[in-house]
Design a protein around this ligand. Structure first.
Ligand code: G
Ligand code: G
Ligand code: MN
Ligand code: NA
Length: 256
Protein backbone atom coordinates (compact mmCIF):
# COMPACT_ATOMS: atom_id res chain seq x y z
CA UNK A 1 0.00 0.00 0.00
CA UNK A 2 2.84 2.34 0.80
CA UNK A 3 4.49 1.62 -2.53
CA UNK A 4 1.15 2.24 -4.22
CA UNK A 5 0.75 5.74 -2.79
CA UNK A 6 4.40 6.47 -3.52
CA UNK A 7 3.86 5.42 -7.12
CA UNK A 8 0.79 7.63 -7.33
CA UNK A 9 2.96 10.55 -6.17
CA UNK A 10 5.77 9.54 -8.53
CA UNK A 11 3.49 9.96 -11.54
CA UNK A 12 2.39 13.41 -10.36
CA UNK A 13 5.82 14.55 -9.25
CA UNK A 14 7.52 13.48 -12.46
CA UNK A 15 9.79 10.90 -10.89
CA UNK A 16 9.32 8.63 -13.87
CA UNK A 17 11.86 8.67 -16.67
CA UNK A 18 12.29 6.79 -19.90
CA UNK A 19 15.24 4.78 -21.08
CA UNK A 20 15.55 3.95 -24.76
CA UNK A 21 16.81 0.64 -26.12
CA UNK A 22 18.13 1.02 -29.67
CA UNK A 23 16.74 -1.16 -32.47
CA UNK A 24 18.94 -1.91 -35.47
CA UNK A 25 18.73 -3.17 -39.01
CA UNK A 26 20.35 -6.58 -38.60
CA UNK A 27 22.15 -6.45 -41.96
CA UNK A 28 23.41 -2.87 -42.15
CA UNK A 29 23.59 -2.36 -38.37
CA UNK A 30 21.95 0.99 -38.97
CA UNK A 31 19.93 2.47 -36.09
CA UNK A 32 16.22 2.39 -36.95
CA UNK A 33 14.62 3.43 -33.66
CA UNK A 34 14.19 2.79 -29.97
CA UNK A 35 11.93 1.01 -27.51
CA UNK A 36 10.95 3.28 -24.63
CA UNK A 37 11.17 1.61 -21.21
CA UNK A 38 9.99 3.33 -18.06
CA UNK A 39 12.11 3.73 -14.91
CA UNK A 40 11.25 5.19 -11.52
CA UNK A 41 13.77 7.64 -10.20
CA UNK A 42 12.96 7.29 -6.53
CA UNK A 43 14.20 10.21 -4.35
CA UNK A 44 15.61 7.81 -1.73
CA UNK A 45 15.99 4.46 -3.42
CA UNK A 46 17.48 5.57 -6.73
CA UNK A 47 16.44 4.05 -10.04
CA UNK A 48 13.84 1.32 -9.66
CA UNK A 49 13.54 -1.06 -12.63
CA UNK A 50 10.14 -1.42 -14.24
CA UNK A 51 9.58 -5.04 -13.26
CA UNK A 52 9.48 -3.86 -9.63
CA UNK A 53 6.55 -1.48 -10.13
CA UNK A 54 4.79 -2.25 -13.45
CA UNK A 55 2.98 -5.29 -11.96
CA UNK A 56 1.76 -3.09 -9.06
CA UNK A 57 0.73 -0.38 -11.51
CA UNK A 58 -1.22 -2.98 -13.49
CA UNK A 59 -3.01 -4.34 -10.40
CA UNK A 60 -3.99 -0.90 -9.11
CA UNK A 61 -4.96 0.68 -12.41
CA UNK A 62 -2.17 3.23 -12.04
CA UNK A 63 -0.82 1.79 -15.29
CA UNK A 64 -3.36 3.94 -17.17
CA UNK A 65 -2.03 7.38 -16.12
CA UNK A 66 1.51 5.98 -16.03
CA UNK A 67 1.19 4.49 -19.51
CA UNK A 68 -0.36 7.66 -20.87
CA UNK A 69 2.59 9.63 -19.54
CA UNK A 70 5.03 7.17 -21.16
CA UNK A 71 3.23 7.51 -24.49
CA UNK A 72 3.26 11.30 -24.28
CA UNK A 73 6.91 11.49 -23.23
CA UNK A 74 8.17 9.02 -25.87
CA UNK A 75 6.34 10.94 -28.63
CA UNK A 76 7.56 14.29 -27.34
CA UNK A 77 11.16 13.04 -27.17
CA UNK A 78 11.10 11.48 -30.63
CA UNK A 79 9.66 14.67 -32.15
CA UNK A 80 12.29 16.76 -30.41
CA UNK A 81 15.09 14.51 -31.77
CA UNK A 82 13.56 14.57 -35.26
CA UNK A 83 13.43 18.37 -35.21
CA UNK A 84 17.05 18.63 -34.04
CA UNK A 85 18.92 15.89 -35.87
CA UNK A 86 18.63 14.91 -39.55
CA UNK A 87 19.73 11.38 -38.57
CA UNK A 88 16.64 11.07 -36.35
CA UNK A 89 14.10 11.92 -39.01
CA UNK A 90 13.25 8.35 -39.93
CA UNK A 91 13.67 6.84 -36.46
CA UNK A 92 10.71 5.24 -34.75
CA UNK A 93 9.79 4.81 -31.12
CA UNK A 94 8.13 1.74 -29.62
CA UNK A 95 5.90 2.14 -26.58
CA UNK A 96 4.59 -0.74 -24.45
CA UNK A 97 0.83 -0.55 -23.94
CA UNK A 98 -0.77 -2.44 -21.07
CA UNK A 99 -4.08 -4.26 -21.31
CA UNK A 100 -5.90 -1.83 -19.04
CA UNK A 101 -4.84 1.04 -21.31
CA UNK A 102 -5.91 -0.68 -24.50
CA UNK A 103 -9.25 -1.75 -23.00
CA UNK A 104 -10.04 1.66 -21.49
CA UNK A 105 -12.80 3.44 -23.35
CA UNK A 106 -10.83 6.64 -23.91
CA UNK A 107 -7.62 5.06 -25.24
CA UNK A 108 -8.13 6.31 -28.81
CA UNK A 109 -8.94 9.82 -27.60
CA UNK A 110 -5.79 9.78 -25.50
CA UNK A 111 -3.69 8.64 -28.46
CA UNK A 112 -5.24 11.33 -30.70
CA UNK A 113 -4.66 14.02 -28.13
CA UNK A 114 -1.01 12.99 -27.63
CA UNK A 115 -0.40 12.91 -31.39
CA UNK A 116 -1.91 16.38 -31.69
CA UNK A 117 0.04 17.77 -28.74
CA UNK A 118 3.41 16.37 -29.76
CA UNK A 119 2.95 16.64 -33.54
CA UNK A 120 4.80 13.39 -34.06
CA UNK A 121 4.20 11.65 -37.39
CA UNK A 122 1.98 8.60 -36.72
CA UNK A 123 4.11 6.34 -38.93
CA UNK A 124 7.04 6.62 -36.52
CA UNK A 125 5.08 5.44 -33.49
CA UNK A 126 4.89 1.71 -32.71
CA UNK A 127 2.53 0.50 -30.02
CA UNK A 128 3.63 -2.81 -28.49
CA UNK A 129 0.97 -5.07 -27.13
CA UNK A 130 1.45 -8.59 -25.83
CA UNK A 131 -0.05 -11.68 -27.33
CA UNK A 132 -2.00 -12.39 -24.15
CA UNK A 133 -3.87 -9.07 -24.47
CA UNK A 134 -5.42 -10.36 -27.67
CA UNK A 135 -7.16 -13.26 -25.95
CA UNK A 136 -9.65 -11.10 -24.05
CA UNK A 137 -12.43 -8.99 -25.57
CA UNK A 138 -11.40 -10.05 -29.01
CA UNK A 139 -14.02 -8.25 -31.09
CA UNK A 140 -13.66 -4.95 -29.34
CA UNK A 141 -9.84 -5.17 -29.33
CA UNK A 142 -9.81 -5.82 -33.07
CA UNK A 143 -11.95 -2.72 -33.55
CA UNK A 144 -9.62 -0.53 -31.49
CA UNK A 145 -6.51 -1.95 -33.18
CA UNK A 146 -8.03 -1.33 -36.61
CA UNK A 147 -8.62 2.31 -35.67
CA UNK A 148 -5.03 2.62 -34.53
CA UNK A 149 -3.80 1.23 -37.86
CA UNK A 150 -6.14 3.62 -39.71
CA UNK A 151 -4.17 6.42 -38.12
CA UNK A 152 -1.02 4.85 -39.65
CA UNK A 153 0.39 4.06 -36.19
CA UNK A 154 2.32 0.78 -36.24
CA UNK A 155 1.20 -2.13 -34.09
CA UNK A 156 3.54 -4.74 -32.78
CA UNK A 157 2.86 -8.03 -30.98
CA UNK A 158 5.48 -8.15 -28.22
CA UNK A 159 6.80 -11.43 -26.78
CA UNK A 160 5.44 -13.26 -29.81
CA UNK A 161 5.34 -17.01 -29.37
CA UNK A 162 4.80 -17.10 -25.63
CA UNK A 163 1.25 -16.14 -24.88
CA UNK A 164 -1.23 -17.19 -27.50
CA UNK A 165 -1.73 -20.59 -28.92
CA UNK A 166 -4.36 -20.12 -31.60
CA UNK A 167 -2.47 -19.01 -34.69
CA UNK A 168 -5.68 -19.07 -36.65
CA UNK A 169 -6.59 -15.77 -34.99
CA UNK A 170 -3.43 -14.00 -36.05
CA UNK A 171 -4.66 -12.86 -39.50
CA UNK A 172 -7.70 -11.27 -37.81
CA UNK A 173 -5.58 -8.90 -35.75
CA UNK A 174 -4.66 -5.73 -37.62
CA UNK A 175 -1.05 -5.70 -36.44
CA UNK A 176 1.91 -5.16 -38.74
CA UNK A 177 4.94 -6.26 -36.69
CA UNK A 178 5.80 -9.46 -34.78
CA UNK A 179 8.45 -9.16 -32.11
CA UNK A 180 9.89 -12.62 -31.53
CA UNK A 181 10.27 -13.29 -27.83
CA UNK A 182 13.75 -13.46 -26.45
CA UNK A 183 13.30 -17.06 -25.23
CA UNK A 184 13.47 -18.19 -28.89
CA UNK A 185 16.50 -16.02 -29.62
CA UNK A 186 18.44 -17.23 -26.55
CA UNK A 187 18.18 -20.82 -27.68
CA UNK A 188 18.77 -20.17 -31.37
CA UNK A 189 22.45 -21.06 -31.14
CA UNK A 190 21.97 -24.03 -28.83
CA UNK A 191 20.59 -26.30 -31.45
CA UNK A 192 18.64 -26.60 -34.63
CA UNK A 193 15.08 -26.60 -33.28
CA UNK A 194 14.71 -22.98 -32.31
CA UNK A 195 16.38 -21.94 -35.55
CA UNK A 196 13.56 -23.65 -37.37
CA UNK A 197 10.91 -22.10 -35.12
CA UNK A 198 12.25 -18.63 -35.87
CA UNK A 199 12.41 -19.54 -39.56
CA UNK A 200 8.74 -20.54 -39.39
CA UNK A 201 7.83 -17.24 -37.71
CA UNK A 202 9.66 -15.35 -40.48
CA UNK A 203 7.71 -17.29 -43.12
CA UNK A 204 4.45 -16.74 -41.25
CA UNK A 205 5.10 -13.02 -40.93
CA UNK A 206 5.92 -12.72 -44.61
CA UNK A 207 2.71 -14.53 -45.55
CA UNK A 208 0.70 -12.17 -43.35
CA UNK A 209 2.56 -9.11 -44.61
CA UNK A 210 4.05 -8.37 -41.21
CA UNK A 211 7.52 -7.21 -40.28
CA UNK A 212 9.68 -9.14 -37.80
CA UNK A 213 11.85 -7.87 -34.95
CA UNK A 214 14.09 -10.14 -32.87
CA UNK A 215 14.49 -9.16 -29.23
CA UNK A 216 17.10 -10.19 -26.69
CA UNK A 217 20.03 -10.67 -29.10
CA UNK A 218 23.03 -11.25 -26.82
CA UNK A 219 25.66 -13.06 -28.90
CA UNK A 220 27.38 -12.84 -32.30
CA UNK A 221 26.23 -16.40 -33.00
CA UNK A 222 22.60 -15.38 -32.49
CA UNK A 223 23.12 -12.36 -34.74
CA UNK A 224 24.66 -14.51 -37.48
CA UNK A 225 21.75 -16.95 -37.32
CA UNK A 226 19.24 -14.12 -37.52
CA UNK A 227 21.11 -12.64 -40.48
CA UNK A 228 20.97 -15.95 -42.31
CA UNK A 229 17.24 -16.18 -41.55
CA UNK A 230 16.83 -12.68 -43.04
CA UNK A 231 15.22 -11.29 -39.89
CA UNK A 232 15.34 -7.57 -40.70
CA UNK A 233 15.41 -5.88 -37.28
CA UNK A 234 16.71 -6.59 -33.81
CA UNK A 235 17.51 -5.33 -30.36
CA UNK A 236 19.44 -6.75 -27.43
CA UNK A 237 22.40 -6.44 -25.12
CA UNK A 238 24.82 -7.37 -27.95
CA UNK A 239 23.99 -3.99 -29.50
CA UNK A 240 23.02 -1.99 -26.45
CA UNK A 241 21.13 -2.08 -23.21
CA UNK A 242 18.37 0.52 -22.71
CA UNK A 243 20.05 3.96 -22.67
CA UNK A 244 19.43 7.22 -20.86
CA UNK A 245 18.10 10.08 -23.01
CA UNK A 246 21.60 11.56 -23.14
CA UNK A 247 23.25 8.34 -24.31
CA UNK A 248 20.47 7.62 -26.81
CA UNK A 249 20.97 11.10 -28.22
CA UNK A 250 24.73 10.50 -28.50
CA UNK A 251 23.98 7.40 -30.51
CA UNK A 252 21.75 9.40 -32.88
CA UNK A 253 24.43 12.06 -33.29
CA UNK A 254 27.08 9.39 -33.95
CA UNK A 255 24.93 8.08 -36.82
CA UNK A 256 24.83 11.41 -38.64
O1 G B 1 13.73 -2.78 -19.25
P1 G B 1 12.88 -3.68 -18.64
O2 G B 1 13.35 -4.12 -17.28
O3 G B 1 12.26 -2.32 -18.31
O4 G B 1 11.36 -4.09 -18.72
C1 G B 1 10.75 -5.01 -17.86
C2 G B 1 9.30 -5.18 -18.24
O5 G B 1 8.57 -3.98 -17.99
C3 G B 1 9.11 -5.54 -19.72
O6 G B 1 8.15 -6.56 -19.79
C4 G B 1 8.59 -4.29 -20.30
O7 G B 1 7.73 -4.55 -21.37
C5 G B 1 7.84 -3.65 -19.13
N1 G B 1 7.76 -2.21 -19.33
C6 G B 1 8.78 -1.34 -19.38
N2 G B 1 8.33 -0.09 -19.63
C7 G B 1 6.99 -0.19 -19.74
C8 G B 1 5.95 0.75 -19.99
O8 G B 1 6.16 1.94 -20.21
N3 G B 1 4.67 0.29 -19.99
C9 G B 1 4.39 -1.03 -19.78
N4 G B 1 3.11 -1.39 -19.80
N5 G B 1 5.34 -1.94 -19.56
C10 G B 1 6.63 -1.54 -19.55
O1 G C 1 8.60 -7.29 -22.45
P1 G C 1 9.49 -6.41 -23.23
O2 G C 1 9.91 -7.07 -24.51
O3 G C 1 8.99 -5.04 -23.49
O4 G C 1 10.80 -6.32 -22.35
C1 G C 1 11.86 -5.55 -22.60
C2 G C 1 12.81 -6.06 -21.56
O5 G C 1 13.86 -6.84 -22.14
C3 G C 1 13.50 -4.99 -20.77
O6 G C 1 13.59 -5.46 -19.46
C4 G C 1 14.87 -4.94 -21.39
O7 G C 1 15.82 -4.39 -20.50
C5 G C 1 15.10 -6.41 -21.62
N1 G C 1 16.13 -6.73 -22.60
C6 G C 1 16.45 -6.05 -23.70
N2 G C 1 17.45 -6.64 -24.38
C7 G C 1 17.78 -7.74 -23.67
C8 G C 1 18.75 -8.78 -23.87
O8 G C 1 19.51 -8.82 -24.83
N3 G C 1 18.79 -9.75 -22.92
C9 G C 1 17.96 -9.75 -21.83
N4 G C 1 18.09 -10.73 -20.96
N5 G C 1 17.03 -8.80 -21.63
C10 G C 1 16.94 -7.81 -22.54
MN1 MN D 1 8.42 -4.43 -25.47
NA1 NA E 1 9.32 -8.95 -24.86
Amino acid sequence: LELESELRQAILQQQLILHYQPIFCINSLELVGFEALVRWQHPQRGIIPSDEFIPLAEETGLIVPLGNWVLYEACRQLKSWQDKFPAAQSLSVGVNVAGKQLYSSDFLDTVDSIMAQTQVDAGYLKLEITESMLIKNTERVIEVLAKIRQRNIQLCIDDFGTGYSSLSYLPKFPVNILKIDRSFIIAIDNGKQNYEVVQAVVTLAKALNMKVVAEGIETEAQLNNLQSLAVPLGQGFLFSKPLTVELAQEMIVAQS
